[in-house]
Design a protein around this ligand. Structure first.
Ligand code: AMP
Length: 143
């Protein structure tokens, strides 16, 4: 199972925002879509950052709600780790664990095409483990 196979199943929709949008707009988008992160892109769909609910909570916790008028670019993480779709589930889990983040944008030919979250990974890993234990039970019963 690869990242691409997960995307084929769940879809290629990604919530995006521009770097000059305000944090207030980003918060509205996160709430409306019930998601935890938004990918920040430029007009050519190049990834220029990622903004997670954690980033927003951090700055509002430190500086107060006045920060909601600031631009996304002032708070986002600009050095984004991406995937190309060929990664396996263990590889992407390792990337998320090592980087301590729960979202990885998927980029092809330099442009954003999808996103994979820890929720997608856990869902597919559980299904995979269920299939493995089912196959093991069948094997034991047949011997
Ligand atoms: P998350 O756990 O994904 O909500 O994000 C935790 C922190 O990591 C936040 O500061 C995010 O901006 C940052 N972050 C999230 N995803 C990535 C990524 N793929 N590459 C680099 N940083 C990220």
């Amino acid at each position: 199972m690869t990242v691409r196979m997960i995307l084929d199943e769940k879809g290629y929709d990604v919530a995006t925002i521009g770097p000059t949008a305000t944090l207030r707009e980003a918060v509205e988008l996160l709430a409306e879509k019930r998601i935890g992160a938004i990918v920040v892109i430029d007009s050519e769909r190049h990834v220029v950052g990622i903004l997670s609910e954690r980033d927003i909570v951090r700055v509002i916790g430190l500086d107060g709600p006045g920060r909601l008028d600031d631009a996304v670019s002032t708070v986002m993480t600009a050095k984004v780790e991406t995937a190309d779709g060929n990664e396996t589930i263990p590889q992407i889990m390792e990337q998320m664990t090592a980087g301590r983040f729960r979202h990885v944008p998927v980029v092809r030919a330099g442009k954003l095409v999808g996103i994979i979250s820890i929720g997608d990974v856990v869902k597919h890993r559980l299904a995979e483990m269920e299939r493995e234990s089912h196959a093991m039970r069948e094997y034991i019963m047949s011997t």
